[in-house]
Design a protein around this ligand. Sequence first.
Ligand code: NDP
Length: 484
Amino acid sequence: MRAQPKASHFIDGAYIEDDAGAPITCIYPATGETLAELHEATPALVDKALAAAKRAGPEWAALSGTERGRILRRAADMMRDENRALSEIETLDTGKPLQETLVADATSGADALEYFGGLAATIAGETFRLPGGDWAYTTRDPLGVCVGIGAWNYPTQIACWKAAPALACGNTMVFKPSETTPLSALRVAEILKEAGLPDGVFNVLQGRGGVGASLVTDPRVAKVSLTGSVPTGQKVYAAAAEGLRHVTMELGGKSPMIVFADADLDRAVSGAILGNFYSSGQVCSNGTRVFVERTCRDAFVDRLRERLKGVVMGDPLDEATNYGPMVSEAQMNIVLGYIEKGVAEGATLAHGGRRANRDGFFVEPTVFTGVTDDMTIAKEEIFGPVLSVLDFDSEDEVIRRANDTPFGLAAGVFTDDIRRAHRVAAAFRAGTCYINHYNAAPVEMPFGGSKMSGVGRENSLAAIEHYTERKTVYVGMGDVEAPF
Ligand code: NDP
């Protein structure tokens, strides 16, 4: 099976290769087969991409919002028309089942292009009347060259969530996908070009962390948007601070999901499945600490185990498969290591817990019960299909424990008591909260983390704030009074 792109990088409107870059082997996680051989960007290519983005900026920013938006919306339509082919690339790149990628990846990327394409013409400033007939106005100016750096779980979506608002606001971008999933951003770049995007406005460079790091500190760069882990976020934020660059940091989490005994248990179980096993658990906002009120814990766990019989593990390209492998052998070993730790620290393995007996990097959906707050599996982000059930007895207690984490990406509550639902949502210290649902991230809604889980928000009108800066112009209409 091969998915070799025309070349490793897409710079200034064209594919480009430089064999001098260190090799990157792209693996199909379901079988371990090699899909493609690429190269990291050399310093010369990093320079070429940034120079192209810098050069293309003024002309792109000078277009009207309507003109920029039209190109983005055309790209959205093209992505939808090509959804199946894009989904297949995403499935090969990540191992996520086609059943998922057909509805969650290129489609959500297209949503972002359509949404921000539609907004582009509305980006405007304000006016202020001031004493003496003076007045002031603001314009919302693009920041300039933005760097996007992506994680491997949603490569198409991440490329679009970053490119769409950046480009709508008149910025240009150099995007570095994760080296684990290098394929789909290249096709996004091609589609944008075919939709009419001028050369140099969106560029894709492959590479490991070092390539990302060299982009972040380049003096031509005005903003960095990273989706990745907290340790990487700390490094990138610190490096960006050197040049006082703007940042958006979409980082990891260890989010709580609270199930009260008065909740519709089937709905809560569905939420727990979505929030732990979709994309084989490789979702940043997953509600991996599932606090279940003690009086309904056994019923909840029984129903969850029953529903897990519906897992269809198999060839991700088969649309009947609803559960895929981990993205890489390394990630599989990390997850298996956490499962071992859970057992060693005294949690009860209620379901799964092993590498599946088949080719590829599959880990069974895993449920631990009897988990306590001090266990490693309750404290650290696992980024795999490991759900921990923690018991609780009262609302005050569970809110305190839910918030007792350095992370703050997401949080969820399942209850049929409307007052309790809003009380708990208000008490959560997390950027994105759910009542009787989990993990939906429509483009209309701001998405991002509190505390160590991030800075800034993606999607929604909020993203416009993060890709523009206000320029204020004071207009004097009368005499200028001076003391001497
Ligand atoms: P990493 O933090 O390992 O990597 C993220 C990206 O940063 C990769 O492209 C990586 O390159 C690059 N990178 C690594 N070091 C540096 C550096 N010093 N300077 C610049 N770039 C660097 O995350 P993963 O790819 O392993 O993704 C999983 C993590 O992402 C999880 O913690 C998850 O929670 C988080 N995440 C957050 C989301 C959110 O929206 N909040 C959504 C999805 C994931 P490479 O890996 O190629 O070496």
